[in-house]
Design a protein around this ligand. Structure first.
Ligand SMILES: Nc1nc2c(ncn2[C@@H]2O[C@H](COP(=O)(O)OP(=O)(O)OP(=O)(O)O)[C@@H](O)[C@H]2O)c(=O)[nH]1
Length: 742
């Protein structure tokens, strides 16, 4: 028990605060002077003992008698409940010395209700009614009700995400309705009682209710605790698994052709007669070693998957055409791979072409920090041709080498888990999900929990179109049947209990619905400082797009220079051109800001940014960009101030009050005027004075606002030169978050 206020304890004891204060003084607690003063738990106990009477006390005996007498039997009570009128639902505290009398009470009640106790709450009820034979007419009766328990609010609470309005209400002891109203009126957030709130809003509510809320993030895996229990993590159970590879690169540089070439040569080699199935990925085996290639090349698909939280790719093969060299999307692909921290192997393709210039490609890539191993760099390079098949074997060797370096391991004896690559409804097979197993082994008949859906792996089909009974780590497989269509990027887990899978899937569905309302809060210049201060941000990631290469370079340097010892500014991607969907995807997946210099965002990109909550800032002056980021890092970014006219008020009379000054008798012509309005006195279209209101009254009462069509009296602070016919313009300064546009 924490400290208790005098007023709360007095209420609990059913006595007046002053009586309790007197008792405190008697007991030497002379510092207690006011009903808002607080008592320690020991002091509370001591005082409670003093006021608590034993059953032998005469007053208490009487109370018991009264209670006994007015006990209403359950049946009668139920009948009475139906007849309670609204006004009788008031809760009354009966004073100790008052006698409770009933209208037309029965003789038994008359005898026993001379004195009402002092310590309990009573509810006045109307009972009976015309149908009562003995006591016709309505009677009034007091029945005891439970006293509301006043919960002491803690000054610091720990809450685990996701946090709903209901959670805050019960944790802070504040009515949910009050919170909902506050969110709507003060924060413009529409919330239901089960609404999951963003962390920012939770913290804000904490501040406003004077409670420090520590938010504990629930790990996604905790949701699957019961699955994790079955998982072995022993080193001796681990085996090397095949790397999962994605091809990235500029348009037409040969990504698809290379994939086709591998499929034709290697798949045919390994599985005679197998027909390649497009199930999102395919596994290739040569000399007993495997590599898994994802079917969808390109950095958009790669980053979109990552934005959904699924980092499936272990290694990126960057395809650069030997004749074309490094092109804009080559750079983009490099930056997408780097932002995902995925290692890159470079395939210089189309070497069969006479115009091929591999040396130039190596030089260009070296300038982008991808230095070939033969030049003492760290990036493996291979020269390939999708037409002749040259270099494919070397590419495989490099991929295996990379998987050994990365120590890609899995535990085949574990229950399977992985990621959905694609899912659809198939005639005859029901819901089909093409997945990649990242760990464990999937068996036919396994129960699967997959995002918001669940089911049994009734039919397993591999990438060669063969029905299989089981498949291990790093294998693409097509599974049916699920309760619903999962989404690409959803994680799946094999679980032991279908009922539990159903429950979790349902719970996730509900949570997702609500979480989508509490938009994920990406980094913005407005929240940057608080995020830094909270220790949530150690790095500001930026995607930079500008009109010329020169501007990109200058801005890059200027932004890099903003890095401090605590906060690093990292340019994830910079390029010439407008802001594209791919930039927004990258920002979404990496929690980055997008900065545009003399460029705008494509409409699709702008809409996607709005949907994902990614901030795009557009500038025309380099100094503005660097200065704003610096200011935001230092928490100095002032919101833009906008003047909003509230209404116009005409002065119709002037009253001079000595010692006080001139009071204007007014009529609100349009809009409204509020007590906190700023005001301008306008005479013949000229602003005579700009200042504040000192008072705003209707008749003699101070009011908060007066609307159009009503009269009021007002006094302008520190200004007396008012005349009949003057116009008072009421306005306010609204602070709005700054968004700069070109
Ligand atoms: N000569 C030669 N042509 C190639 C090679 N690889 C691809 N091509 C040709 O280049 C063109 C584009 O190849 P794709 O495989 O479609 O290129 P991509 O990178 O997948 O292109 P997008 O899917 O549009 O991004 C096709 O006409 C291919 O036949 C190669 O190694 N040598």
């Amino acid at each position: 028990m924490g400290k208790v206020r005098i007023s709360s304890l007095a209420k609990e004891l059913g006595i007046k605060s002053n009586n309790l204060i007197d008792k405190c003084h008697e007991k030497g607690l002379t510092h207690i002077k006011h009903h808002a003063n607080t008592l320690d738990p020991e002091q509370v106990e001591m005082l409670k003992k003093l006021f608590r009477r034993t059953p032998n006390d005469s007053a208490t005996k009487k109370e018991l008698k009264v209670k006994e007498a007015i006990k209403v039997d359950v049946k009668e009570q139920k009948r009475e409940d139906k007849t309670i009128s609204q006004e009788d639902k008031e809760i009354k505290a009966v004073q100790p010395d008052k006698i409770v009398r009933f209208h037309k009470s029965t003789p038994r009640q008359k005898q026993s209700t001379k004195v009402a106790p002092s310590k309990v709450f009573w509810k006045k009820k109307q009972v009976g009614g015309p149908s009562h034979q003995k006591n016709k007419g309505w009677r009034e009766r007091y029945v005891e009700v439970k006293k509301p328990v006043v919960k002491e609010r803690e000054s610091r609470v720990i809450m685990e995400t996701p946090i709903t309005v209901k959670d805050i209400s019960s944790k802070l002891g504040i009515r949910a309705n009050e919170i909902i109203t506050k969110l709507l009126l003060e924060h413009n957030v529409r919330a239901t009682i089960n609404q999951i709130l963003s962390e920012e809003i939770v913290q804000l509510l904490g501040l406003e209710y004077n409670v420090e809320i520590e938010i504990k993030k629930k790990e996604a895996s905790e949701e699957y605790d019961f699955v994790a229990d079955q998982v072995s993590a022993r080193e001796e159970d681990k085996v090397l698994r095949a790397p999962i590879v994605t091809f990235l690169g500029h348009v037409d540089h040969g990504k698809t052709s290379l994939l086709d070439c591998i499929r034709k040569t290697k798949v045919a080699e390994g599985e005679v007669g197998g027909i390649t199935q497009h199930i999102g990925a395919h596994k290739v085996e040569t000399n007993g070693k495997h590599v898994v290639f994802l079917d969808t090349p390109g950095h958009e698909a790669f980053t979109a998957m990552r934005a959904r939280g699924a980092n499936v790719t272990d290694v990126v093969v960057l395809v650069v055409a030997a004749d074309d060299g490094v092109m804009p999307q080559t750079e983009e692909a490099i930056n997408h791979a780097k932002a995902a921290n995925v290692p890159i192997i470079v395939a210089i393709n189309k070497i069969d072409k006479p115009s091929a210039n591999t040396l130039r490609v190596k030089q260009q890539l070296s300038n982008l920090d991808l230095i070939p191993e033969e030049w003492s760099g760290k990036t493996p390079f291979v020269e390939t041709s999708a037409i002749t098949g040259a270099g494919i074997d070397t590419l495989f060797e490099l991929l295996w080498l990379e998987s050994e370096i990365l120590e890609l391991k899995a535990i085949p004896k574990n229950p399977a888990r992985g990621v959905v690559l694609e899912a659809h409804l198939s005639e005859g097979r029901g819901v089909v999900a093409n997945v990649i197993i990242q760990d464990g082994t999937l068996h036919q008949g396994d129960i699967i929990l997959c995002g918001r859906t669940y089911g049994r792996a009734r039919l397993l089909i591999d990438d060669k179109g063969k029905e299989i009974k089981e498949t291990g780590p790093a294998s693409p497989v097509s599974i049916s049947d699920f309760s619903d269509i999962p989404e690409a990027g959803d994680k799946f887990y094999v679980v032991s209990d279908i009922q539990k899978a159903r429950e979790i899937a349902l719970e996730k569905r509900n949570k997702d619905r609500e979480t989508s309302l509490a938009k994920h809060q990406h980094i913005t210049l407005d929240n940057l400082y608080s995020m830094i201060a909270d220790g949530n941000v150690k790095e500001i990631k930026i995607i930079l797009k500008a009109d010329y290469k020169g501007s990109v370079e200058v801005l890059k340097k200027a932004l890099d220079a903003l890095s401090t010892s605590e906060i690093k500014v990292r340019i994830l991607h910079s390029a010439v051109g407008g802001i594209t969907e791919s930039d927004v995807l990258l920002a979404d997946a990496s929690d980055a800001l997008i900065i545009g210099f003399y460029v705008t965002a494509e409409e699709k990109a702008r809409l996607l940014a709005e949907e994902k909550g990614v901030e795009i800032r557009l500038y025309k002056i380099i100094y503005d960009a660097t200065n704003e980021i610096k200011a935001a890092m230092e928490g100095m970014l002032e919101p833009e101030k906008k003047e909003v006219v509230l209404g116009y008020v005409e002065i119709r009379q002037v009253y001079n009050i000595s010692k006080y000054g001139n009071i204007a008798g007014c009529y609100v012509k349009s809009g409204k005027i509020t007590r906190n309005s700023l005001v301008r006195l306008i005479r013949e279209n000229i602003i005579i004075y700009d200042g504040k209101l000192e008072s705003l009254k209707v008749m003699k009462d101070d009011v908060r606002e007066v609307k159009a069509g009503f009269e009021c009296g007002l006094k302008i602070a520190n200004f007396n030169d008012i005349k009949v016919g003057d116009i008072v313009e009421a306005y306010e300064i609204q602070k709005i978050a700054r968004t700069l546009s070109v």
